[in-house]
Design a protein around this ligand. Structure first.
Ligand code: GSH
Length: 202
């Protein structure tokens, strides 16, 4: 399989961490919508990452759809999201908040890096960061009891936290989320997280 995207993209990174945790081999092409839009549009009509090319050449895009497919590849015993019941709903809640944080942090980042400096609308950056902060607060409470396994909920929460730390720690005081920070620090020692640290190039 070939995973398309840079690890700076938290959506790509949560897929990469999941593939590594599940021992599913893959290669990677670090395309971006900025440098490689035409090539990316051939893989995903919207021209966004991540996309996954399966061994037979079939394409899947959107991180949620990719993760759903790779959980099916390994079967319910090894799947990173519980199959049903309250455990699945709880995991989906955590994963959805983590995705919301990624969306909001990405919106704030685009406002800062895509616009000429005199056109950056600071209240819009603050609005998005405020929503990301409130998601982090919720995750910090929800994950206060250290989870027993590295499920999709943990992967997505830690990847969301790491993205904020890597790309906008000047805007968010991460010491306000100690349980989440401890979880992220513990995960940092695991190979799947270590091998997918975001590329330095911001
Ligand atoms: N909901 C999508 C979000 C994907 C996304 O926003 N990817 C960003 C990178 S972090 C992207 O490709 N942005 C380029 C663009 O929107 O032009 C998913 O979960 O895969």
């Amino acid at each position: 399989m070939i995973l398309i995207g840079r690890y700076l993209s938290p959506f790509t990174r949560r897929v990469a961490v999941s593939l590594l945790r599940l021992d599913l081999p893959f290669e990677r092409q670090a395309l971006t919508a900025w440098a490689d839009l035409e090539a990316l549009r051939k893989l995903n009509p919207v021209g966004r990452v991540p996309a996954l090319i399966l061994d037979d050449g079939e394409m899947i895009f959107e991180s949620g759809a990719i993760l759903d497919e790779i959980d099916r590849m390994v079967g319910p015993e090894r799947a990173l999201l519980p199959a049903d019941g309250p455990e699945r709903r709880a995991a989906l809640r955590v994963t959805s908040v983590a995705l919301g944080i990624m969306d909001k942090a990405a919106a704030a980042r685009y406002e800062r890096v895509m616009r000429p400096e005199n056109k950056i609308h600071t209240p819009w950056v603050e609005h998005n960061i405020g929503q990301a902060r409130s998601g982090l607060q919720w995750l910090n409470t929800e994950l206060a009891t250290p989870p027993k396994s590295v499920s999709q909920a943990v992967i997505s929460a830690v990847v969301a936290y790491d993205f904020i730390e890597f790309a906008m720690s000047d805007l968010v005081d991460l010491s306000q989320f100690p349980a989440l920070r401890d979880l992220a620090l513990r995960c940092r020692d695991l190979e799947a997280f270590r091998e997918t640290r975001p590329e330095i190039d911001l």
